[in-house]
Design a protein around this ligand. Sequence first.
Ligand SMILES: [Zn+2]
Ligand SMILES: [Zn+2]
Length: 152
Amino acid sequence: MNTLEIESIPAPDETLANYIRRIRVSLGLSQKELAKKAGIHLQSLGKMERGKTARFNRKTQNGLAYALGVPDEYLEAISKGVAVNQTTALKFCPECWRPGTAPESLWMNLRAKYCFLCGVELQNRCRSCHQSITSLKHRFCPYCGTAYKSVP
Ligand SMILES: [Zn+2]
Ligand SMILES: [Zn+2]
């Protein structure tokens, strides 16, 4: 999995159907493969991608989030028509995150405050200038040049 989290953030006007299809295609999965991975019926997935299903139950949501490699909050937000707040969504553990790799989806959980691996407080802004982090593709803060990851 090398899809960075920023690309999996739903666009503000993106529909559930478009979002699922976009992420599925970016992962190179067929509808059949995604349905199997998510543990849902191919027909249900087909309906979703045709925009016939606007909401789904928690089991389907969790399965899809897992299969698409996105936080289930994103699916929840998009099915409710709520925009995902990018600044709160982009969080990482300064100890465990390796620059250049996709952050763990559990860090992106909108309610997560601490790292599930080591217990350190998650970071969503630059330690030095406190500008919010706009992309985890960057290793250094674009505003002040401080490395996002703490130096060992
Ligand atoms: Zn950690
Ligand atoms: Zn900075």
